[in-house]
Design a protein around this ligand. Structure first.
Ligand SMILES: [Zn+2]
Length: 54
């Protein structure tokens, strides 16, 4: 058997940078609410929303 279950951490794709990111301990409580890989991407998405609407 090969180690299928090494660390089966959930994964999401960041809509801003398009990169997959994995569950982190600090998101333990609100992983479901986490959308972006980092604070940076989060604020970036917000900024884009603000100016992107035309
Ligand atoms: Zn990102």
């Amino acid at each position: 058997m090969r180690g299928t279950k090494k660390r089966d951490l959930p994964e999401k794709t960041c809509p801003v940078c398009g990169r997959p990111f994995r569950w982190r301990k600090k998101w333990e409580k609100d992983w479901e609410a986490v959308t972006y890989c980092s604070e940076r991407c989060r604020s970036r998405a917000k900024a884009a929303r603000r100016t992107g609407a035309s």
